[in-house]
Design a protein around this ligand. Structure first.
Ligand code: BV8
Length: 237
């Protein structure tokens, strides 16, 4: 029976595509901590500010940002690995899909989707969002928000993630600082299930000591090497 792999990616996988990470040197947005803007309270208090935070990121994402070699290498692993591969991303961009991934679980939602708080419909959305935006399902304005999981909100797909971690043989965390939960706890669940664990990152993180292995360097360089090694090891079997 082929091994099950769970991959968790974070903002670091898209850094070389030109998308700023959250906690790097430039990790603030207009002087705001993301934890203050990306919250239901923040949206309640200043919806125009929070919509602007996402409108600017959505516009930037749609303005020529392309996947990098890390995204395309993960897509190759998903296509060629004989066992199950569950790709979970904390990031809200669509670069895994653009890089060819056949499956992506966006546990923190998606920048290119909007949700109507009046009828709960989730819809693709590439324009700016505002209080005037009209839901394509209930055709009502005033209830549209980014389909993004804010701090204090329940991440998406947790049932599938937890069930797959329990049968994982290999867990890889790529480009994440391991500071946001529950994602940061996935490595412990994987280890508990007996999985081998690897961290691929530019630098060590707060959870580095939990991992069995580390690949230190840029994702666009290290992830293709890691995938080649994994697939090469299969060829011999
Ligand atoms: C929840 C969407 C419960 C929005 C995001 C105290 C202790 C423990 C937990 C908590 C606590 N207080 C509050 C909590 C819970 C909270 C939390 O974890 N807070 C943190 C700040 C302490 N978590 C939550 O609220 C979560 N929900 O717990 O719900 C619940 C239960 C029942 C019912 C209801 C609720 C929800 C969290 C989701 C928040 N939303 N994103 C948006 O994007 O605007 S999180 C946000 O951070 C992004 O998704 C981002 O991806 C994510 C994690 O950050 P990283 O991806 O790791 O990015 P970061 O910049 O930090 O790091 C980048 C890494 O890449 C670095 O390590 C760097 O070295 C590396 N890197 C850089 N360049 C490269 C590279 N690596 C390789 N190559 C490179 N080139």
């Amino acid at each position: 029976m082929s091994e099950t792999i769970v991959i968790l990616t974070g903002a670091g996988i898209s850094a070389e595509s030109g998308i700023r990470t959250f906690r790097g040197p430039d990790g603030l947005w207009e002087g705001h901590r993301v934890e203050d803007v990306a919250t239901p309270e923040g949206f309640e208090a200043d919806p125009v500010l929070v919509q602007r935070f996402y409108n600017e990121r959505r516009r930037a994402l749609l303005d020529g940002i392309l996947p990098n070699a890390a995204h395309t290498a993960i897509a190759r692993l998903q296509r060629e690995w004989p066992g199950d591969v569950l790709l979970v991303t904390q990031h809200i961009d669509h670069l895994h899909e653009q890089g060819g991934s056949p499956q992506v679980l966006h546990m923190h939602g998606e920048l290119l989707k909007a949700r109507c708080t009046l009828c709960q419909a989730v819809q693709s959305w590439e324009q700016d969002l505002s209080a005037e935006s009209v839901c394509t399902t209930c055709e009502t304005a005033g209830g549209m928000r980014p389909h993004v999981v804010w701090f204090g909100e329940m991440p998406l797909g947790m049932g599938e993630i937890e069930a797959t971690l329990q049968r994982a043989d290999l867990f890889a965390a790529i480009g994440t600082s391991g500071q946001v939960y529950p994602a940061a706890g996935f490595v412990n669940a994987a280890k508990y299930a007996g999985a081998k664990t690897i961290e691929i990152n530019l630098a060590s993180t707060g959870t580095s000591e939990v991992f069995d292995e580390h690949l230190l360097g840029p994702a666009s360089e290290k992830v293709p090497l890691w995938v080649d090694t994994l697939l090469g090891s299969r060829k011999g079997k």
